[in-house]
Design a protein around this ligand. Structure first.
Ligand code: PRP
Length: 180
């Protein structure tokens, strides 16, 4: 596989990730039985995880994508959330599940959730593959997460550095010299 020289260690293998995603999918299936949530993938990091997660979810869903950038203070939800690509569906009255690759400071997700609630979503849940609680600056409820990770620079399974490494099959820690 390309880039293997840049990898310090593997945190989660594709087999471990697949097993965990199966469990997450079962949880979501149970929680949303009889409902039809809108699942929003946040580009770009979420697309690989979203594709695998939704194939483990056994309820009907609508899928849409957004691309956003979070600017301003990372300690509040009041900084601006710039919408680079907006939804094509109306979330009003709907149950929404935001799918992310990682929740880090929490800024992006807190602002996005606030925005979707302001658009009158009935509920907004967050599902992320990785959670880095030690980096949190803004409180945000993470409803479903695959793994909690320490504060290390991770790539793979959707996560990039400078747009590289997204298609690595494992979640890996990058060598310092690869991003310094
Ligand atoms: C990552 C991730 C979240 C955000 C989380 O996106 O996908 O959207 O950062 O960080 P936060 O909790 O500190 O707000 P990134 O900006 O790397 O873009 P990408 O998804 O296109 O890789």
């Amino acid at each position: 596989m390309q880039h293997t020289n840049d990898i310090k260690k593997t945190l989660f293998t594709q087999q471990q990730i697949a097993a965990r995603i199966e469990e997450m999918g079962a949880e979501i299936t149970k929680d949303y039985a009889g409902k039809r949530p809108i699942v929003i993938g946040v580009l770009k990091g979420a697309w690989i995880f979203l594709a695998d997660l939704l194939r483990e979810v056994d309820v009907d869903v609508d899928v849409d994508f957004m691309s956003v950038s979070s600017y301003g203070s990372g300690t509040t939800t009041s900084g601006s959330l710039t919408i680079v690509k907006d939804l094509t569906v109306d979330v009003s009255g709907r149950d929404v599940i935001i799918v992310e690759d990682i929740v880090d400071t929490g800024t992006t997700l807190a602002r996005l959730k606030e925005m979707l609630l302001a658009r009158n979503a009935n509920s907004v849940a967050i599902a992320t593959l990785l959670n880095k609680p030690s980096r949190r600056k803004v409180e945000v409820a993470v409803n479903y997460f695959g793994f909690e990770i320490p504060d290390e620079f991770v790539v793979g399974f959707g996560l990039d550095f400078d747009e590289k490494y997204r298609t690595l099959k494992d979640v890996c820690v990058l060598k310092e010299e690869a991003y310094m």
